[in-house]
Design a protein around this ligand. Structure first.
Ligand code: FES
Ligand code: FES
Length: 210
């Protein structure tokens, strides 16, 4: 993290470190980025996650290591359920149709697009979101590498980038070259085009993680 970004973080009261941890800070910053559209989206997502009345199903799963039981509409996505029912808003809703990667989480250690995953199918599985990566105050090596390389601009895609990159290393054995990193991260779109620094961060983090 450079001095300029430190200074910006200090002025805004939001540090990169906390932002990359997802959770409350990300939830606070997101409305600043998306304005009313995000509020409307949240209302829509909450309705989708909780609608269904008598036809709701009970889902029991582990989320970030904690047992969770939630009643959801069988049509509710994992993304809406995480964000609107479990208040885990570090996972972002970008396209909501499987094209941007902003909603990437882990199911049993594998990266999945939570906007294309029904919450009901997560029953009995271990879900990890960006909020579950850090060990207390100690960032996951991938989060730390994104901080060190300043691998973000607006930060909207960042939770998905990091979740995807962690699975790329931990679940898929990592990448052997920068080209391979680019290829295997191609499902995660960054509208700010922070790609060069994202690749730098992943290249360094996988050395630490191995
Ligand atoms: S929000 Fe899921 S891929 Fe874009
Ligand atoms: S940092 Fe802005 S979309 Fe990636």
């Amino acid at each position: 993290m450079n001095d300029a970004s430190d200074a910006r973080g200090a002025r805004s009261g939001v540090s990169r470190r906390n932002f990359l941890g997802g959770g409350l800070v990300a939830a606070a910053v997101t409305p600043l980025l998306t304005g009313q559209a995000d509020a409307a989206e949240a209302t829509e997502g909450a309705a989708a996650a909780s609608a269904g009345g008598a036809h709701q199903v009970t889902v029991r799963a582990a989320v970030n290591g904690n047992p969770v039981t939630v009643r959801v509409d069988p049509r509710a996505t994992l993304l809406d359920t995480l964000r609107e029912r479990l208040d885990l808003k570090g996972t972002k809703k970008g396209c909501d149709r499987g094209q941007c990667g902003a909603c990437t989480v882990h199911v049993d250690g594998r990266r999945v697009l939570s906007c294309l995953t029904l919450a009901a199918t997560a029953a009995g599985h271990e879900i990890t979101t960006i909020e579950g990566l850090a060990d207390g105050d100690r960032l996951h090596p991938m989060q730390q590498a994104f901080v060190d390389h300043d691998g973000l601009q607006c930060g909207f895609c960042t939770p998905g980038q990091i979740m995807s990159a962690v699975a790329l290393v931990d679940d898929e054995g990592g990448a052997r070259s920068d080209d391979e990193i680019r290829e295997r991260m191609s499902g995660n779109i960054c509208r700010c085009s922070a790609y060069p620094r994202i690749v730098d961060a992943i290249r360094d983090a996988q050395q630490v993680m191995r």
